[in-house]
Design a binder for this molecule. Structure first.
Ligand SMILES: NC(=O)c1ccc[n+]([C@@H]2O[C@H](COP(=O)([O-])OP(=O)(O)OC[C@H]3O[C@@H](n4cnc5c(N)ncnc54)[C@H](OP(=O)(O)O)[C@@H]3O)[C@@H](O)[C@H]2O)c1
Length: 250
């Protein structure tokens, strides 16, 4: 039985006021989930998105701050009473040439690790009990991390960014082992996706246009469709699904 009834299920999507997170949250709402929207500073956008979906909510929390990160899970559980799906999408990037080692300062490394690695870890540890409680044998709970192709290949906006995504991808596999069978843990590793984050990544646009077999970057909705598939499938765990339009083949 693959077609799960999502009507009573709650999904938290971090960073869901923009780009990939917004597309995933809207797709999950369409699929029947009650969605908890979240962002750092785009509060108005979050409230508007939540208001557009009858059962949805919005929580503001800066994932740079551990106490706000923990509060995010507490507020979602207080509001909705359960959690079935956690999508760790919120992330930050830093564009630094891979040959400019001086520019990749310890502060850059710490900031990227704080938001891209430590915050997802904290959210998972805070959500673990609730995810276990809502899990059933037919429909295990689910964590989906939005990593990057830069975490799998020696590419990306900067070395610290790529290394932070490599850490998130490896954490995904380690947690898939630790949390099975009640909680599945997977990641998507997108290539270029057209969002506000990638607005000025002209070199990447050129690369995808000329080298990727699909001849372009992805739209957020295409990543959201993949996310919905991974969330719906009750068996897949520990996978890092590359979604780069075939760039890795060239
Ligand atoms: N775009 C790409 O080409 C691409 C490729 C590979 C992987 N990714 C990954 O995909 C994910 C989403 O990227 P995107 O391109 O959709 O980015 P985006 O359009 O810039 O959206 C980022 C979202 O995350 C939130 N956010 C950022 N920093 C936060 C913080 N400290 N605390 C809480 N929320 C925070 C933002 O909220 P505010 O707007 O309120 O700050 C926003 O809702 C990221 O993890 C990124 O690394 C993107």
């Amino acid at each position: 039985m693959l077609a799960a009834n999502n009507n009573s299920k709650v999904a938290l999507v971090t960073g869901s006021t923009s780009g990939i997170g917004k597309a995933i949250a809207q797709r999950l709402a369409q699929d029947g989930f009650t969605v908890a929207f979240h962002s750092r500073s785009s509060v108005e956008a979050g409230k508007v998105l939540a208001a557009a979906h009858p059962t949805a909510s919005y929580v503001q929390a800066d994932l740079f701050d551990q106490s706000q990160t923990r509060r995010l899970i507490t507020e979602v559980l207080c509001h909705h009473g359960r959690l079935d799906v956690l999508v760790n999408n919120a992330g930050i990037s830093a564009t630094i040439s891979h040959t400019d080692l001086q520019a990749a300062t310890p502060e850059v490394w710490r900031d990227l690790y704080e938001v891209n690695v430590i915050a997802p870890w904290t959210l998972i540890t805070e959500a673990e009990n609730a995810l276990r409680q809502s899990s059933t044998q037919a429909c295990p709970s689910c964590i989906l991390n939005i990593s990057s192709h830069a975490g799998s290949r020696p590419k990306g906006a900067s070395i610290p960014y790529s290394a932070s995504k490599a850490a998130l991808s490896h954490m995904t596999k380690l947690l898939a082992l630790s949390l099975a069978p009640q909680i599945r843990v997977n990641a998507i590793a997108p290539g270029l996706v057209h969002t506000p984050m990638s607005e000025h990544w002209d070199t990447a646009r050129e690369l995808w246009a000329t080298r990727a077999p699909m001849g372009r970057g992805a739209e957020p909705e295409e990543i959201a469709q993949l996310a919905a598939m991974l969330i719906a499938n009750p068996y897949i765990t520990g996978e890092i699904v590359l979604a780069d339009g075939g760039l890795n083949l060239t």
